[in-house]
Write a protein that binds this ligand. Structure first.
Ligand code: SAH
Length: 844
């Protein structure tokens, strides 16, 4: 676990927003050379021990102790027994025999008087180990991202119980609250419940969360960090239920007691803790089946035959199974979800229990209560326990911590923080980042070998248990492409993280957009919508989505236009929210996204006025993303020059207009030429801007914009067949980039029917599939095929990291979603449900 391998960070970190160093220089790591897996040695020699109970029964039993992991060290001088040792010995004595490893572990860690956790701060340099939240502020911030995303998927409930199991110093919660403070509706909904057995740690949490007690109760306070009520409990059962719930358990499961079993010629025996004749603790094997064997049987039913065959040792944690059942039942009935992150395995665990004192491994039986005990977490057992406990939950993962944090956007976060720090902070930030997501020794490290940061991104796993209604939580919808992630890490290796300097200050925002993506309607949602009988049914189905609150006050009978308007309003609000938080160059990038709508609005007003339509009516039809202040004035323009002089000169479209001035008249043909000329100039400009940004943004946006340019070229060609537009004029409207540029353009310019267009396009492999779907002479399916291909490419953009393309992709996917909703609503309203599938483009 991290505490074993990330021991170098020695002093408490400070937040990066200050200019002071937030990590001190790492101190020496005593463990980096230790093998990470404590699998037992496989010596075949054996000797005899007596189990206490067998001795009590007067029989001598041969027990194989050779394969026991961590045999006790008898070499030390006898020291006076601590309170805990006396207590353990008396339990063994009065029980009349040895106790299970689980009971030992439980007493050692959480005995109310002298349990390891109960009376002190065990973290950091002075303590015994260090955990991810203590390594870097980014950890808690990323968990904050996850939590906000889930809350949004839950429909933004006004009240949420945010429960953290085993909060340690409370650092994760502090970072989560600080990181999410911009999301007022979220923080205002929170009631924090900390499940903590240790009075000493409860006090530290109280301080770190800057709590003020409410009335006389210390178990109930208000955190001044976000004005949030905070309550303390010793167990999860004590936390009130009946309220939507989000649970976080980081490094909690590994502290829950485990039973250890060992295969012997007599069958599976439980490993027990006894007191030897020398008055020292020692391990013995149970002579007959123990009660925990029932859980062993259960656990083995979830193992594959191959797994079972290889097993010599098994570790099981009934407490973890019971806890998971409690979590799953709560989530199943109250809604919400749980996130479990811990050092563990995605297979049955054999023999992993370890003791850590002052950043060193020590014998498990040595001076109990003075060292932490921790075991690998058995993730399959959590999954099965949850699924067994409630039909209303789904389990996702595990995925590695590296995938988890990477998909949530930690790369952006580290980059944003790197923009604003001094050299020492930058170094600490990089090593902290590496510890959270890297694997093994940091390749970029240039300091002393013994201080090399050890990455734990692959050893920690993340799993989510969520209420079925919430759908799939971020970022479990799509596993990031392994090769891209390693390519990224490789870049970190090659350029010492220069690859990350994308000048992005909106890393956090990027992460939120990735989360929003989980809220896009799925095929299952569309299937439900297709069942609707009328538009009120559609409204009802949408009530559990992000559009719910935008439609809820709309009176019946609804119209398709209302649905589309309200959903668009939501999109615009989300866009504005992104824009408010963005800094350069992201703000400019986001602005580019709306220029297309501005062009369409200009064309709509000018064409409408040409046909003597009422300006106000036209303005209502405009896309809100393309609005600008002087838009109403467009109606007075009599010719192109006036249009430019009166209105467009003050808009970002002005530079695109120069080409349009070659014609004077505002007739239908010229307006259409104007639209395409503006669009061509806009696409070329956007393309250049993205290229200047460089890196993955340029790569991904080039691809997306090239597709857009090519699609427009095809549409211009098809729409101009049979019109008076000359070949040369037609060619001038194509954008000067894309796959079709330049040779495809030459060929498209001379096409005289749709089959010739098809002939041209089939020469380009990425477009072959689209055109081969079309039968000769027909083009109706073309729009849909293009939209489908576009959606496929937009979704792919999410697979890569550290680029702005996700903002573009997200906005476009949302627009497609609204087109889908419009089509479905229209089909339902006109009783044409059989036609729904003609135009809906599914995303997931
Ligand atoms: N999540 C924190 C601390 C992990 S250490 C971090 O990542 O930094 C384990 C935490 O769980 C400690 O706060 C410990 O006191 C608490 N704990 C351990 N066993 C517990 C139990 N059975 N009930 C409640 N809290 C427990």
């Amino acid at each position: 676990m991290l505490r074993r391998l990330l021991t170098q960070t020695s002093s408490p970190r400070r937040l990066l927003s200050s200019k002071t160093p937030f990590f001190s220089k790492p101190s020496l790591s005593p463990f980096s050379s230790l093998p990470s897996s404590p699998d037992p040695p496989s010596s075949a020699s054996s000797h005899v021990e007596e189990s206490g109970s067998a001795a009590a029964a007067g029989t001598t039993i041969s027990v194989d102790r050779s394969a026991l992991f961590n045999p006790p060290d008898h070499s030390h001088e006898p020291t006076p027994d601590s309170e805990l040792v006396k207590h353990l010995k008396s339990v063994i004595k009065f029980r009349g025999g040895p106790i299970s490893v689980a009971e030992y572990m439980e007493e050692v860690l959480t005995n109310p008087i002298s349990g390891y956790y109960m009376n002190r701060d065990v973290f950091g340099a002075q303590g015994d180990f260090i955990t991810s939240p203590e390594v870097s502020q980014m950890f808690g911030e990323m968990i904050g991202v996850w939590t906000v995303c889930l809350w949004e998927q839950m429909g933004k409930p006004e009240r949420v119980n945010l429960i953290e199991l085993g909060p340690g110093r409370g650092t994760l919660m502090v970072d989560l609250l600080r990181g999410t403070s911009k999301f007022r509706n979220f923080t205002e909904s929170l009631h924090i419940h900390l499940v903590e057995c240790s009075p000493a740690l409860q006090k530290i949490q109280h301080q770190n969360l800057k709590c003020t007690d409410e009335s006389s109760s210390e178990k109930k306070a208000v955190s001044s960090l976000a004005g949030t009520p905070v309550h303390w409990h010793a167990t999860l059962e004590e936390v009130p239920s009946g309220v939507p719930t989000i649970i976080i358990a980081h490094e909690f499961y590994d502290a829950l007691p485990v039973h250890q079993f060992q295969k012997t010629p007599r069958g599976w025996c439980e490993k027990m803790v006894d007191v030897g004749e020398d008055s020292q603790f020692r391990f013995v094997l149970s002579p007959q089946p123990t009660p925990a064997a029932l859980y062993l049987v259960k656990r083995c039913t979830w193992a594959t035959p191959e797994e079972k065959e290889k097993l010599e040792h098994v570790e099981i944690s009934p407490k973890s199974m019971d806890l998971t059942q409690e979590i799953a039942k709560r989530i199943g009935s109250d809604g919400g979800g749980a996130l479990i992150i811990d050092y563990g395995k995605d297979v049955i665990v054999s023999d992993s229990l370890q003791a850590i004192r002052e950043h060193k491994f020590v014998n498990i039986l040595d001076d109990p209560g003075s060292a932490d005990l921790s075991a690998y977490v058995d993730f399959p057992s959590i999954k099965h326990s949850a699924e067994e406990a409630s039909e209303n939950v789904t389990v996702h993962g595990p995925m590695t911590q590296s995938q988890f944090l990477g998909s949530l956007g930690i790369n952006f976060r580290v980059d944003a923080l790197l923009q604003n720090c001094d050299d020492e902070q930058a170094e600490s930030l990089r090593s902290g980042y590496w510890r959270l997501v890297g694997d093994g020794e940091a390749p970029f490290w240039e300091g002393p070998d013994e201080q090399t940061p050890i990455g734990m991104g692959e050893r920690y796993l993340a799993m989510a248990i969520v209420n079925r209604n919430q759908g799939t939580p971020a970022p479990f919808q799509s596993l990031p492409c392994q090769s891209l992630r390693s390519e990224y890490l490789l870049k970190g290796r090659m350029y010492g993280f220069e690859a990350l300097t994308f000048n992005i200050h909106g890393g956090y925002l990027e992460a939120i957009v990735r989360g929003h993506r989980a809220g896009l309607l799925t095929t299952a949602d569309y299937n439900n919508l297709c069942q609707c009988e009328n538009l009120d049914d559609i409204k009802m189905h949408l009530s559990a989505t992000k559009y719910g609150s935008y439609l809820q006050n709309e009176p019946s009978p609804l119209h398709t236009t209302t649905i589309v308007e309200k959903c668009t309003l939501k999109l615009v609000d989300d866009y504005k929210h992104m824009l408010c938080q963005a800094t350069e160059p992201m703000s400019t990038f986001l602005e580019y996204i709306r220029y297309g709508h501005m062009i369409d609005n200009v064309v709509l007003i000018v064409t409408g006025t040409l046909h003597e339509r009422d300006v106000q009516e036209l303005i209502e039809k405009c896309h809100p993303l393309g609005m600008f202040d002087s838009i109403a004035t467009l109606a007075v323009a009599q010719n192109m020059r006036e249009l430019y002089r009166l209105v467009l000169v003050d808009t970002p479209l002005a530079p695109y207009f120069s080409e349009c001035l070659t014609s004077e008249d505002l007739d239908d043909m010229n307006i259409e030429i104007m639209r395409n000329t503006l669009y061509k100039a806009y696409l070329e400009d956007f393309y250049k801007f993205c290229q200047k940004l460089g890196g993955a943004t340029s790569e991904i946006m080039s691809d997306l914009l090239a597709f857009e340019a090519d699609r427009r070229a095809v549409n211009i060609t098809i729409n101009s067949i049979g019109t008076e537009l000359t070949r040369e004029d037609r060619k001038k409207l194509y954008s000067n980039f894309g796959l079709l540029y330049p040779y495809g353009h030459e060929e498209l310019a001379i096409c005289e029917d749709i089959d010739q267009v098809r002939g041209v396009m089939e020469k380009y492999p990425p477009y072959q599939a689209i055109f081969s779907k079309m039968s000769y002479g027909e083009s109706q399916m073309l729009d849909k095929a293009f939209y489908e291909e576009e959606v496929r490419r937009l979704c792919l953009a999410f697979e890569q990291q550290f680029h702005y393309g996700v903002f573009f992709a997200y906005m476009r996917l949302r627009e497609q979603e609204i087109r889908n909703l419009m089509w479905i609503s229209e089909c339902v309203a006109q009783n044409q449900k059989s036609r729904i599938h003609d135009s809906v483009v599914y995303m997931f």
